[in-house]
Design a protein around this ligand. Structure first.
Ligand SMILES: [Zn+2]
Ligand SMILES: [Zn+2]
Ligand SMILES: [Zn+2]
Length: 125
């Protein structure tokens, strides 16, 4: 795609991420934009934002996909390897600011790291 044209739907999704520090699951997102855009559109927009380095995705303990805002990523280069925290009570997921140090694994090539910490958030503790 030569022209980086942002449709209204893309802007709407992007705005939600900019206004929140929380992550959103695909189920939340589809529900939030219900009536504005269909499921397929939401999925397509998320994929596009991820490939542009604007959001990152990860999977929770139930196998559900979540998306959250990136800090300083660029297209095709995500630098936000950090743990995520999921509250077992309210289900909220947040990005943890700590850098995750990958273990040194000689002879292995690490492509993707996912760390999910579960427990109770400050509101539910
Ligand atoms: Zn990223
Ligand atoms: Zn909670
Ligand atoms: Zn994150």
């Amino acid at each position: 795609m030569a022209v980086r044209r942002k449709t209204k739907s893309v802007q709407t999704v992007l705005k939600l991420f900019h206004n929140s520090h929380n992550a959103f699951s695909v189920v939340d997102l589809v529900e939030k934009f219900d009536g504005q855009m269909n499921k397929t559109t939401v999925y397509r927009i998320l994929e596009r934002l991820e490939s542009e380095g604007l959001v990152h995705s990860f999977t929770d303990s139930q196998g559900l996909k979540w998306y959250a805002k990136c800090q300083d990523c660029t297209a095709h280069q995500h630098d936000d390897i950090h743990p995520h925290f999921q509250c077992k009570s309210c289900g909220k997921v947040v990005c943890l600011p700590d850098d995750y140090k990958s273990p040194e694994l000689p002879n292995y090539q690490i492509e993707h790291v996912e760390v999910l910490i579960t427990g109770y958030c400050p509101d539910c503790k």
